[in-house]
Design a protein around this ligand. Sequence first.
Ligand SMILES: [Zn+2]
Length: 291
Amino acid sequence: MPEDVLICPLCGSGRSQFFDRREFRGQVVTNRLCQECGLVYQSPRMTEAESAAFYAEEYRLLYEGSSDPTARNVTVQRARAESLFTFARPVVEKVARHLDIGCSLGILLQRFTETYHCQPAGIEPGGAHRTHARKEGLAVYAALEELEKAGEARFDLVTMSHVLEHLADPVGYLSHLRESILAPDGWLLLEVPNLYAHDSFEVAHLYAFSPHILREVLCRSGFEIIKFEKHGRPNSAIFPLFLTALCRPAVQLDLQPVRPERGAALKRCIGMFRRRILARIFPQRAWLVRE
Ligand SMILES: [Zn+2]
């Protein structure tokens, strides 16, 4: 049975209000807004055990119509990998060891290896995709704990493309990465859907991050943001569907309380309204690849 989230996973407040409810592929998805910090999170949501079973078996079937890799999925992953690579390349000079969390078929790992000649490793909970990536000769683990047990050395680049919004405890997870997985002078590159432009409310998305809240999450996890962008690549030339951040471990932890987001509901309304208007004015540029 799904469980309610009683305490805000970012600021710890117990005060929340209804934000959104909709049906997503046969399941009712409810999101709440923290009245203290403005984080939007799914509640009720899957328990940890339900979530593990979901990612091992159902997730790809529900999202892509097949547990096996699809051609469409490969095309989207290639385009996303190119976009992330292009974003990081001007800033990241060298990479010796690259870990991609949620690596799927390993396409992002291969794109970075091509240029940086780094040693790749991945984490992928989906069985069919993991097997496929392993066949490509990649070291792919089912979970982070498995990688840690294998005694892998630290990585100087960790990427998470469309992963953070699926995790139960983003700040706890990112803090752990910084403390135990990432090299002290390493890079974290991540991308999530933007609450103010992307539909966002899917059953697997436990969070919907606004640009400000994503910055706060990274900051509370001990990261300094070096580069940040709102963009639509590869799906749209005009909608800021995604948020991409390139970060390094901060020299000093920011222990200030979370700086709250204000007016999240209104900003969401304006963002989605703007999207509808722009889609009418520039139909060709609106959707290059439909999600
Ligand atoms: Zn909060």
